[in-house]
Ligand binder design. Structure first.
Ligand code: SF4
Length: 460
């Protein structure tokens, strides 16, 4: 863990922070320094601390709220700290990690907000709050700006617990209960500062390999590019070729038009079918409409379609293991709708009604997680011991390899981040967008799941 210096202006603040750190595990490299009241003492303390060189530094203490929506005991993490011109040695500093820290504090059960903090030279009296709030600050103190110089270029953060508000200012009797509430919050927040220091230190980033698009999706993208080269714009593409906003926008700029259904394609136009494949009904509609289809169906998906046709022709009831509403399952089910049933989980197996219990086959969506699919296969073979199928061989190598890569790095990581477009359901469901982190979403834990919408699987 990285060394952390916590600057607390007042003795009671320092005591609350020490108690909070002592009660938590793994905080032995955090030191609480009492730095003194007011900007002059803060500047002197910062100079002494900075002499030790760059370090992770947290300024923590109580503060006054400038807005009516903050309550005593709430925590404010500074996104920026500004100072009155008269304060010597003060710096105006931005704190980019504020939203992440707010997320951690919320997970710890505290009410926390990110916002600007103003450092002033004198106590804020009744009636002065509005003028400071007009500058964009949400809380005010008398030490943070000069103390930040103590970081000497290292990572720094300001955490303040609200002790007084515009309705109950510092000179009112309510300051006693407000101060106690703020000290309780400081104590509870102290371990989170140690976590922040650990994250702010040197980190090793592991890249999963393989990652990114599978061969089937890359092939489909190339087919769209070739179609644009050969036929010119526009080329229509049924369904998103990949759930990646950058790739889709680039293809749109080149003249591709993405549609959900063939009804949106003008008669006689060129239309690409995506890697997930389409049902025979879609192909027939394209024929009827005089469209010029270009088939980018992945060969591995086409193989599953062929198996569905073969089993159906041989009189089998085909259980397709997959997700309802996924483009691939819709396409595969369309190969023999009268002979197929979608099975999403082991419980669905009880609903299968084969004409002959000895003629049951199963197939699966190519992008499932192997362990997820195995549980369903077990349920099918338990109920129909003669059931035939590919095991989990229909799950394509691209999906399996990515799942294995994610499992391998998840076991060696504290956090797995999925870099993806906002529209990617995997990224959204994994809770990894900045907004999700801000809102206190659960950290990612190592269990592998397949994306219901695209061929990428990851840890969440
Ligand atoms: S995930 Fe596999 S089956 Fe699906 S498109 Fe990619 S390579 Fe083809």
């Amino acid at each position: 863990m990285s060394t952390l210096t916590v600057c607390a202006p007042l003795r009671v603040e320092a005591r609350a922070l020490r108690r909070g750190l002592d009660a938590a595990q793994g905080t032995d490299q955090a030191t609480v320094v009492r730095t003194g009241y007011g900007p002059a003492r803060a500047a002197a303390a910062a100079a002494r601390i900075a002499a030790a060189g760059p370090q992770a530094l947290a300024v923590a203490g109580v503060a006054g709220a400038l807005t009516d929506d903050l309550r005593v005991g709430d925590i404010v993490i500074a996104t920026q700290v500004t100072a009155e011109d008269s304060i010597v040695g003060a710096t105006s500093v931005g704190c980019p990690s504020a939203p992440l820290l707010v997320g951690e504090l919320r997970r710890a059960g505290l009410t926390a907000r990110a916002g600007r903090i103003a450092t002033v030279a004198h106590l804020v009296r009744h009636g002065q709050h509005a003028a400071l709030a007009a500058s964009g600050a949400i809380a005010v103190d008398m030490e943070s700006a000069p103390l930040l110089a103590g970081a000497a270029g290292g990572p720094a953060v300001v955490l303040r617990a609200i002790s007084d508000t515009p309705a109950h200012p510092i000179a009112s009797p309510a300051i006693v209960t407000g101060g106690l509430a703020a000290l309780r919050s400081l104590r509870a927040a102290a371990p989170v500062l140690a976590q922040w220091a650990a994250a702010a230190g040197p980190r090793q980033v592991l890249l999963a390999s393989p990652r990114s698009f599978c061969a089937g999706v890359e092939r489909a993208i190339e087919i769209v590019e070739l179609a644009l080269e050969q036929h010119g714009a526009p080329v229509y593409v049924r369904k998103q070729i990949v759930h990646n906003a950058t790739v889709v926008a680039e293809l749109e700029r080149a003249g591709a038009i993405f549609v959900d259904e063939l009804s949106e394609v003008p008669d006689g136009a060129n239309v690409v079918f995506s890697a997930h494949g389409v049902s025979p009904e879609v192909r027939l509609e394209a024929d009827r409409r005089g469209l010029e289809p270009i088939d980018a169906t992945c060969p591995l998906v086409a193989k599953v379609h062929a198996e569905a046709r073969r089993y159906a022709a041989d009189g089998y009831l085909v259980a397709l293991i997959g997700h309802a509403g996924h483009e691939e399952t819709e396409g595969t089910m369309g190969e023999a709708p009268a002979s197929m049933a979608l099975v999403e989980n082991p419980a669905d197996v009880a609903a299968l009604r084969p004409a002959d219990p000895d003629k049951v086959a199963y197939l699966m969506q190519t992008t499932l997680a192997a362990d997820e699919a195995s549980a369903v296969v077990d349920a099918i073979t338990e109920r129909f011991p003669t059931a035939t199928g590919p095991g989990t061989a229909d799950i394509c190598y691209a999906t399996t390899n990515r799942q294995q890569a994610v499992r391998a790095i998840a076991a060696r990581s504290d956090l797995v981040l999925v870099a993806g477009s906002a529209g990617c359901r995997l990224a959204t469901s994994a809770g990894v967008s900045t907004r999700a982190v801000e809102a206190g979403a659960s950290p990612i834990v190592p269990s592998v799941s397949s994306c219901p919408a695209c061929p990428i699987s990851a840890t969440r």
